[in-house]
Design a protein. Structure first.
Length: 267
């Protein structure tokens, strides 16, 4: 059942469907590993790009639908969350020119019921280990690729996320949203003009500094998942943001990761 749902409802492109189904042996190995992931017997923290990681999450589809469904989470909302895999498949193909998937360790959150798409943004509950002023947990916020990052859409997502977690995870104890992202970088002030959606998003948070990452996350999200900072001369310049960020970095500057919190309506 998992494979059929994944192929027919989650994957967006026929080329990716054909690639997944092209190797029955790898599909079977993916099922064996997925069965161990479901029970918690196996936690994979790193995996080489290829067909196997895609096969594993494909076999987790039925599991996460059942798990989320038991919490009352609508089926379509879970499917929409899982469709984030297409962004990473497309990104790999655009950069490498061949089919590939190397984001298992991130997408496993989607496929094990740990992360949810709610409107424009994605959210998960995380222990509040000094991330926000109070509350036993925080609502950790992630920004998927695709679509405009307008303040209106983001505020709508925050409001919807509060309702979502109160309904499906009562007693979660979160009083703040938290975000750890290049989109909260103070370095963006020198790159983006006033009125930009990126700058507007960064200002929606109470910022606090964190360990610099030498633009590692910004490079992956702005230019491509397989790029690193040393590839700067090869960075594409297809969008205005890519051109601005590349020029900023060629001048010897970075866009280091930032973090911040913002209150829910409970504060």
């Amino acid at each position: 059942m998992s494979i059929e749902i994944f192929v027919n409802e989650v994957l967006a492109k026929q080329e990716d469907r054909d690639w997944l189904l092209s190797d029955p042996k790898t599909l079977e190995e993916g099922k064996r590993i997925a069965d161990k992931v479901k029970t918690g017997e196996l936690l994979i923290t790193d995996m080489e790009a290829g067909l196997l990681p895609l096969a594993i999450i494909a076999h987790l589809t039925g599991h996460v639908l059942q798990k989320n469904g038991a919490l009352g989470i609508p089926r379509e909302q879970t499917i929409e969350t899982l469709r984030d895999v297409n962004v990473w498949l497309d990104g790999y193909y655009e950069q490498e020119g061949v089919r590939g998937f190397g984001e298992y360790c991130w997408l496993r959150r989607h496929f094990t019921g740990d992360l949810f798409t709610v409107g424009r943004l994605q959210f998960r509950l995380e222990e509040n280990a000094g991330l926000a002023p109070e509350g036993k947990t925080v609502i950790d916020t992630h920004i998927p690729r695709g679509g405009k990052l307008t303040q209106e859409e983001c505020e709508r997502s925050f409001a919807m996320a509060e309702e979502f977690f109160d309904k499906h995870f009562p007693g979660h104890g979160a009083k703040y949203f938290y975000c750890h992202s290049w989109l909260l970088s103070k370095d963006l002030e020198a790159v983006c003009g006033e009125g930009s959606n990126v700058l507007s998003f960064s200002r929606m948070w109470n910022y606090h500094a964190c360990e610099p990452d030498q633009s590692a996350q910004a490079v992956r999200h702005v230019f491509g998942i397989n790029f690193v900072r040393d590839d700067i001369q090869k960075f594409p310049e297809n969008t205005s943001l890519q051109r601005k960020v590349k020029a900023h970095m060629l001048s010897g500057n970075d866009i280091n990761i930032g973090s911040g919190y913002r209150p829910t309506s409970k504060v």
